[in-house]
Ligand binder design. Structure first.
Ligand code: NAG
Ligand code: NAG
Ligand code: NAG
Ligand code: NAG
Ligand code: NAG
Ligand code: NAG
Ligand code: NAG
Ligand code: NAG
Length: 269
């Protein structure tokens, strides 16, 4: 018990020392508040974490994630999210496509057991929790909105499947064939014979929560970007069991289900 408590305190103190470094925030273009856990390339050593290093090119804040380099649209330190945009997408150009193929499976294979980021799914209802990869299922955090847009190239026109949205001349110049976009998951039964998945890209845009989609709407959603969360990092040392730590969206604080312990830990700070 003592050993366990000592460990909790140590982890917590470590978090305090390294958690809120005394560095002034850095700035790049529209992102004016780059602070822990982020750092901007060129910041003094000890500011932020190298794993969360951003860079600045022509006033655009960039972040590398796996093999991609994304534009940073926003960082929110209250709900621990960073919103990223694929660099291939251009405002008011429906022909512009995401540069990167980026599906949920890109996240599941790395950074175990505590990934630096969480990609949240939108549980439309409790049963869809099953689609969350197992390491993420333990985090009882409020779900983030997360969907993806799937681009398909079909050898024939698809009719009578409302999920397949015609890209309306936006993309047909790019790929031969009939190009469709689908928002959200494509379950096996809905998969049309003769169609190939060409591209998958995430979005966190709330407006996709509807029954009718247009390609213009999907493009808007992609331009909004997608949110990732550093809650796994922020939660370190907060609760006796990190997997129980969650973001209370009304109070915008991290909480533990076993508040007794959390209070005990906080007393040492
Ligand atoms: C900048 O970020 C820090 C957290 O790192 C936060 O405490 C502060 O309120 C933010 N400032 C602004 C202007 O957003
Ligand atoms: C970046 O933004 C600053 C301040 O708005 C401006 O002075 C500078 O010229 C910009 N640099 C580039 C490369 O656009
Ligand atoms: C995501 O995974 C796919 C398939 O492994 C890969 O082709 C793609 O480059 C990855 N995306 C990024 C941004 O790393
Ligand atoms: C729109 O995007 C496409 C694909 O990236 C590009 O070829 C085209 O030049 C862009 N149009 C404009 C007006 O920028
Ligand atoms: C939950 O999901 C199931 C399966 O996808 C669906 O049949 C059901 O209508 C959904 N329930 C609600 C309340 O959305
Ligand atoms: C985080 O906060 C930003 C700014 O208020 C908001 O746009 C975004 O939807 C929030 N994300 C989550 C997951 O709550
Ligand atoms: C799209 O499908 C058509 C018809 O099947 C095919 O000719 C074309 O090569 C495909 N394009 C791509 C980029 O896969
Ligand atoms: C979230 O925080 C509010 C205000 O502090 C509190 O009343 C509520 O019980 C909390 N909800 C959960 C699920 O912890």
């Amino acid at each position: 018990m003592w050993r366990e408590r000592a460990l909790i305190v140590l982890v917590f103190l470590f978090h305090q020392i390294h958690g809120e470094d005394a560095c002034p925030p850095s700035s790049c273009g529209k992102i004016t508040n780059i602070s822990y856990p982020f750092r901007l390339k060129g910041d003094p050593q000890g500011c932020g974490l190298t794993m969360y290093e951003l860079s600045c090119e022509n006033n655009i804040t960039l972040f590398s994630l796996y093999s991609g380099t994304f534009h940073v649209k926003a960082i929110n330190y209250h709900n621990f999210t960073i919103r990223l945009l694929d660099p291939g997408l251009q405002q008011s150009n429906c022909s512009s496509l995401p540069r990167y193929f980026f599906s949920p499976s890109n996240f599941t294979l790395s950074y175990q057991p505590i990934p630096p980021y969480l990609l949240y799914y939108r549980p439309k209802n409790t049963s869809s929790y099953q689609t969350i990869p197992s390491i993420y299922r333990y985090y009882h955090t409020e779900p983030l909105v997360y969907e993806h847009i799937v681009f398909l190239n079909c050898s024939h026109p698809v009719t009578g499947n409302p999920k397949y949205v015609d890209t309306g001349g936006c993309l047909n110049w790019e790929w031969k064939g009939y190009i469709y976009a689908v928002a959200g998951d494509l379950i096996a039964e809905e998969f049309e014979v003769g169609c190939d998945v060409k591209l998958v890209a995430p979005t966190s845009w709330w407006g996709l929560d509807t029954n009718t989609y247009s390609y213009a709407m999907m493009h808007t959603a992609l331009l909004y970007g997608f949110e990732l969360s550093w809650i796994p990092l922020a939660c370190q040392g907060r609760c006796a069991q990190i997997y129980n730590c969650y973001l209370n969206s009304s109070s915008q604080t991290l909480q533990c289900p076993d508040e007794g312990r959390a209070v005990q830990v906080k007393c040492f700070a």
